[in-house]
Design a binder for this molecule. Structure first.
Ligand SMILES: Cc1ncc(COP(=O)(O)O)c(C=O)c1O
Length: 400
């Protein structure tokens, strides 16, 4: 315990312990935090569906029908009709042959990568007797990184969204069994992976391609189906493994994979985080089915969302902030040092805006930032107030 004490002392002495403020109430643009009414600019509830009457009603009805929990793993007593209904709905939404769901996006990433890249031995040893290889973007989400590590296979990191670097590395390891894995929208920068270039490259070098659609599901593409729709790519034909989380625009919790029927059948018997963990709640599955329906039937919500994205990004760029190449609803402003990012976030809170800072290890050293997100439910006045407040603090701290 001495080591733990030592670390805590260091963190406290350098004022590095995260603020972890308590939020009272629902995921609305205005929330009560630590007893104070503030504007929320950090929610993943991008489309405002966490409080949409249809998703809320679906969750309530499912709880009445099934109870509060799912009572077990999908392999045992937790394989509910409502879970299968959501799997079929998300498979259709993403254009794949079938789907499988996990209780969280984190457990999906961890469970899929290790299952696919470290399959059980069933006969003769691998011909080359070499480990498989995972090529991972340097800014991939922590759950992808942990999935790669858990697989026990070799990991090669390629430069962020750099297709030339990826090709160099694919060529170098031409004889190995390979998986290329990337976020489709990056969670800390809000930029989009060049999947239109990556998909043909993976075909050329015989590598599997897996994308994490956590922040693009419900957002990208004409109908919100994700990065595949945005680039005109197809599940199974162009992208082998489409993973996503249910905790962002879909406004609940859970993780999913959409792909070929064989892939899904295989994952059900090989993914340890699927087999050895209790299934998501019935309320979550039911609200997710409703969320997909709302996205299909109420396109105006997504239109409003994209108007807000433009308004906020242009506003920040105009006053001189670096928005890290964001192309989406995740709009960070680069601050630099940990210390300044912490001060910035605290000053912002005093002005009535919640925008937490993000520091290493979530982002590289020296690239601390305030990570803002926009919601379809924000008003122009709220976005204008955010920009004005950031401009004042940015000038005071000499960041702009
Ligand atoms: C890109 C990405 N993948 C996976 C996850 C994990 O999803 P969950 O929060 O559902 O566990 C996140 C969550 O922040 C994410 O941003």
């Amino acid at each position: 315990m001495n080591k733990i004490k030592e670390i805590l002392e260091y963190v406290d002495n350098h004022q590095l312990y995260p603020d972890l403020r308590i939020i009272q109430g629902g995921a609305e643009p205005e929330v009560m935090i630590d007893g104070k009414k503030v504007l929320m600019f950090s929610s993943n509830n991008y489309l405002g569906l966490a409080t949409h009457p249809k998703t809320v009603n679906a969750a309530v009805e499912a709880t009445k029908n099934y109870g509060t929990g799912s009572d077990g793993s999908r392999m045992l007593s937790g394989n509910l009709q409502v879970h299968r209904d959501f799997e079929l709905a998300i498979a259709k939404f993403k254009g794949g042959q079938d789907a499988i769901v996990w209780p969280t996006g984190y457990s999906a990433n961890v469970g899929v990568i290790s299952a696919v890249m470290n399959p059980p031995a069933i006969g003769a040893k691998d011909f080359f007797n070499k480990k498989s290889l995972i090529l991972s973007d340097e800014l991939n989400h922590a759950s992808i990184i942990d999935g790669c590590r858990l697989s026990g296979q070799d990991i090669v990191v390629y430069k962020h969204c750099d297709v030339q670097d990826l090709e160099r590395k694919l060529r170098k390891f031409i004889r190995r069994r390979k998986l290329v894995v990337t976020d489709s929208v990056f969670s800390m920068d809000g930029d989009i992976a060049p999947l239109n270039k990556m998909a043909p490259l993976c075909k050329k070098y015989n590598a599997l391609l897996m994308i994490d659609e956590a922040h693009s599901t419900g957002m990208l593409g004409d109908s919100g189906h994700g990065a595949t729709e945005y680039f005109g790519l197809k599940a199974v034909d162009d992208i082998d493994i489409i993973l996503g989380t249910c905790s962002k625009a879909l406004a609940s919790s859970g993780g999913f994979v959409v792909g070929s029927s064989d892939l899904i059948r295989y994952l059900r018997i090989s993914s340890r985080s699927y087999i050895f963990s209790t299934a998501m709640t019935p309320a979550a599955s039911a609200s997710l089915i409703a969320a997909l329906e709302v996205i299909e039937k109420e396109p105006w919500i997504r239109e409003k969302m994209w108007q807000n994205v433009e308004l906020m990004r242009n506003g920040f760029n105009k006053v001189g902030f670096n928005t890290c190449g964001s192309q989406t609803q995740i709009i960070p402003i680069l601050i630099g040092t940990d210390e300044n990012a912490i001060i910035f976030s605290r000053k912002l809170f005093k002005k009535g805006v919640f925008g937490p800072c993000v520091r290493w290890p979530a982002v590289p050293h020296g690239k601390s930032r305030i990570r803002f997100t926009v919601m379809a439910t924000h008003t122009k006045e709220q976005i204008d107030y955010l920009i004005k407040s950031c401009r004042e603090i940015g000038r005071e701290l000499k960041i702009i």
